[in-house]
Ligand binder design. Structure first.
Ligand code: AHR
Length: 334
């Protein structure tokens, strides 16, 4: 039986369904984790520990709000929330503290992809199911978590690369890349997807690629360095809107016109990014949906009532050019 639980915008057809009422668990031998769990909160609320990456971007702010708005006391949750300030050690510490508290579920968005096996094994040994939101881990043992819900970052990078190739790569162009946080799933995957998409187009040269750590300030600083080192930049590919917006500040300070002299393509689709796109300072945005809170809540409720979930749930993202941004900006939720 297929659940009707997810709102249509969120789930890619064929992959993202929850299967309710099935006897077997869907991700390896994670059954013990799904059925054990810790103590419920006051009044029978479901206790959840959530470790957030940080507050590096507009996307992250929208994601945090979505989670906190969904996992409320009124909805039957007792949420403990922590901000790791982009540091893996802080997240490991937070997860250990949730294990010690005996929460029923742990959810987190991993700062980086690797180095999680030990702490996830501790959660598994404690019988606490772990749900990955937004970002993946590279653990080979998929029984260490119940499910991973989030966007397909490789696809996002590929969509940017396809657009650049088709719309700008009809003549020789120099691209500079602002990468996300080094070692994070979105930085790795968005780079890979972009490179795959442009591989067949000899007109496109990526002349520089550095991390801007997903922040506006670092995006600006790195772009200032690029502008000094390379007088002939045609396109900036920023792994998120915030770094793209920082790059726009640097481009303007250098006396050039963003969106015209230097084209700007980004990923996220937050309000500030969409505003810049509508104004013509960004040329193309591939969306990354941050509104994962309601789905996280439903995943936990499903597990709590004895159901199972698919091991990978892919959120659906749109893409926007200037006209597309102008059409949706007024109603944009985040
Ligand atoms: O993991 C999602 C990414 O993290 C967003 O694209 C970026 O803005 C955030 O920092």
């Amino acid at each position: 039986m297929v659940s009707k639980m997810f709102r249509s915008r969120t789930i890619a057809a064929g992959i993202a369904v929850l299967a309710l009422g099935l006897a077997a668990c869907s991700s390896g031998d994670s059954g013990d984790a799904e059925t054990a769990g810790g103590d419920s909160g006051d009044g029978g609320a479901i206790t959840v520990g959530f470790s957030q990456v940080g507050s590096e971007s507009g996307w992250r702010a929208a994601n945090t709000k979505s989670i906190q708005d969904a996992l409320t006391a009124e909805a039957g949750f007792d949420l403990s929330f922590s901000d790791a300030q982009q540091k893996q050690e802080n997240q490991i510490q937070a997860i250990r503290s949730y294990i010690a508290q005996g929460v029923q579920y742990i959810a987190f968005s991993p700062v980086v992809e690797s180095g999680w096996d030990s702490v996830l094994e501790e959660a598994k040994d404690a019988g606490i199911p772990v749900i990955l939101t937004d970002r993946a881990v590279d653990s080979e043992d998929t029984s260490l978590y119940v499910t991973f819900i989030g966007s397909d970052f490789v696809e996002e990078g590929k969509r940017i690369g396809d657009w650049v190739s088709e719309n700008l790569g009809t003549e020789p162009i120099n691209v500079v890349e602002l990468q996300g946080t080094t070692g994070s799933a979105p930085a790795i995957d968005r780079k890979t997807g972009f490179e795959d998409a442009i591989a067949g187009n000899d007109n496109i040269s990526v002349i520089a690629s550095e991390t801007g750590n997903f922040t506006r300030a670092e995006g600006k600083t790195v772009m200032e360095g690029f502008l000094q080192a390379y007088p002939d930049i045609d396109v900036v590919y920023a792994h998120n809107d915030d770094m793209g917006l920082g790059a726009i500040e640097a481009i303007k300070a250098a006396g050039k016109v963003p969106g015209k002299d230097i084209k700007v393509v980004t990923i996220d689709g937050v309000k500030d990014g969409m505003t810049a796109l509508a104004a013509g300072e960004i040329n193309y945005i591939v969306e990354c949906n941050p509104l994962l809170g309601p789905d996280l809540a439903e995943i936990i409720k499903t597990l709590e009532s004895g159901g199972t979930v698919e091991p990978r749930i892919v959120t659906q993202d749109e893409a926007f050019d200037q006209a597309g941004a102008q059409a949706v900006l007024a109603d944009r939720e985040y």
